[in-house]
Design a protein around this ligand. Sequence first.
Ligand code: NDP
Length: 282
Amino acid sequence: MTVILDGKLLAEKITAKIRAEILKNSLKPKLAVIKVGDNPASLIYVRNKQKKALELGIESVVIELPSNVSEENLLEQIYILNEDTEINAILVQLPLPEHINKQRVIEAIEPIKDVDGFTSYNFGRLALGYQPYSFPCTPKGIIRLLDEYNISLEGKKAVVIGRSNIVGKPLSILMQRRNATVIMAHSKTVNLKEHTLSADIVVSAAGHPYLITEDMINKGCIIVDVGINRIDNKLIGDIDFNTVKEKASYITPVPGGIGPMTIAMLMENTLELYKLQKSFEL
Ligand code: NDP
């Protein structure tokens, strides 16, 4: 029987714990989100993050900048947040407008406030097998969800589709750290099906609806769907859920899978950075 990996339920458990810890100890974590322009998807993501933070007792501020903001002004905002001792975590909502150098902006964030783990300091530590200040939220959430269902990665062949710095690349490193044999696929991969058919785990983070169909996976395969695609005002993933579900041993739904786990990990990272910064003050 196929097990649905319920990210919504686990995210609720994790965030309930965070809320209880904040209340019990009167903690005051504070998250700053920078949003540039009015990309409709970004508006929804930022609103959801703010709403969750409020529920948990995490203070959040959103700095809204127009889409024509100069890179210098955006960097200036980050420097101000870096210096502000009340701000523990900084997130720059992606994507940024074309005229802004994304990497330069990310690199401006103090690594100890880099709640997404995207700076080269934190990413480098992750790649080298050391402890970063924060692990990137989506890959961290995926591993946490697999752990919750006691799914071991050791010795398994994992195919990760997508090689972005925010999902595919860090996830492949985390999976290798758990002793999986990882194949990273991308848009130039030739004959993706050949790889997925021999995989124990398939993770799709391509942003391409119906990329993975039932004929592309083996019976018993574990399926993680990171993709978010809007079709006819409906959210769907990269996996053809209804047919693939029949063959998979475990599968994440969209919505209700990796999305809520990503937000839960953002809240957890914010609290962890707060505690770390407080410990340095002692
Ligand atoms: P990017 O666009 O940065 O990367 C997409 C990756 O997928 C690229 O490596 C690209 O290859 C690869 N790809 C695209 N099309 C194909 C294809 N047909 N076959 C194989 N590989 C392909 O996206 P992100 O990593 O930022 O996000 C990926 C998806 O995950 C999106 O749908 C996004 O909305 C979603 N997402 C969901 C989150 C959640 O919380 N659930 C969080 C973050 C993202 P190449 O490198 O060659 O271009």
